[in-house]
Write a protein that binds this ligand. Structure first.
Ligand code: JAH
Length: 348
């Protein structure tokens, strides 16, 4: 697989030179090419951002450097016989990055990641490339980062370990939490190794028993308990047909979901609501909607009169209002590639 990454901070990707992904690159399973977006600017300041149309805080990435960069990268790859890449743009407003999407992307020969900074990339960039290739705006979770770089590291690690030959033990992929198959929509239970007792904590006897049937049942119970405790959203989405009689009995014995679902719930329940949802009915419909905000809560807050004031006329050229600290790579002709490799060159 070939991966191109475009960023104003290519030095963020030094971790791709080590560990699993670094080894995959050494073995030729993965070819990662880093690109400095500012190399595709033509002004002396290497400007990549400008003020947002319509007003508002922050800055937006200008479309022109992105267009020049992506055109060059796509052309250079096509010259080496590769098909069109998929373009992945990390953004909090994207579709969720899931194990399913990681599996899908791991089957692609070529991915290009575009890392935004500031308030994001001018949306016409995504519209333009969507006319030529598959473009996905993707979110790795419901939080805001300072830019897309760390999200790309996350995605490349999740994708890279799925590539044939990257993991030593071929089985270790299929047992993962969220992996399609037996453990679908359950998180894994606890794991143990030697010694059998450590600081007074014993390894559960069943794991030392050698009774493989009992061990499998115990592990499934643990997975159900942990999913119930940590991910009630996953449990609510579980297909009841995947639950056996023992599963259902176990779930019925568990107390009401003990905590908010960190992954999806953001709104406080209304004061009248019970503090915890009712116990999960194993075969029933998802009860997760109980915490959903009322439509009235979604109504915009009273607007700040200042925000409704006519926007100031666009300045001909914005003052250098970039909120980023000085870019150390700015002015450097090429970023250093991770792991002391030669500088990445836009692919040939
Ligand atoms: C922030 C561009 N889903 C995590 C995520 C991904 C990207 C960004 N934030 C959060 C982001 C600023 C600019 C992208």
């Amino acid at each position: 697989m070939r991966i191109d990454i475009v960023s104003i901070f290519p030095e963020y990707f030094a971790p791709l030179g080590v560990s699993l992904i670094g080894k995959a690159r050494e073995r030729g399973i993965l070819d990662v090419c880093l690109h400095q977006l500012r190399d595709w600017t033509d002004d002396v300041h290497r400007t990549v951002d400008d003020t947002p149309y319509g007003g508002g805080p922050g800055m937006v990435m200008k479309p022109e450097p992105w267009g020049e960069a992506l055109d060059d990268i796509i052309t250079s790859g096509a010259a080496t016989g590769q098909d069109q890449p998929r373009l992945i743009v990390p953004t909090p407003s994207g579709r969720p990055f899931t194990q399913q999407l990681a599996v899908e992307l791991a089957a692609e020969p070529w991915l290009v990641f575009a890392c935004g900074r500031y308030e994001g990339i001018d949306s016409r960039v995504m519209a333009e490339y969507a006319t030529r290739l598959r473009v996905d705006e993707v979110s790795i979770g419901d939080y805001v980062l300072a830019g897309g770089e760390v999200a790309v590291l996350v995605m490349i690690e999740a994708i890279g370990r799925l590539l044939p030959g990257v993991l030593g033990n071929a089985d270790s992929v299929t047992d993962d939490s969220f992996a399609p198959g037996a453990m679908h929509n359950l998180v894994e239970g606890p794991v143990y190794t030697k010694p059998p007792e450590w600081r007074g904590h014993r390894v559960p006897d069943v794991l030392l028993s050698g009774h493989h049937g009992k061990i499998a049942r115990w592990r499934r119970d643990q997975a159900l308990r942990r999913t119930h405790a940590n991910r009630p959203d996953l449990l609510a989405a579980l297909d009841p047909a995947t639950l056996d009689k023992h599963d259902r009995a176990l779930l019925s014995s568990l107390p009401p979901a003990p905590q908010e679902t960190a992954s999806t719930e953001t709104a406080e329940p209304p004061p009248s609501a019970t503090p915890h949802p009712a116990p999960l009915a194993p075969a029933g419909p998802a009860s997760a909607a109980s915490g959903a905000p009322e439509p009235a809560e979604l109504a915009p807050a009273a607007p700040d009169p200042a925000e409704l004031a006519p926007a100031a006329p666009e300045p001909a050229e914005p003052a250098s209002a970039a909120p980023e600290p000085a870019d150390p790579a700015s002015g450097a002709p090429e970023p250093a590639a991770p792991g002391g490799r030669p500088p990445a060159t836009p692919a040939t």
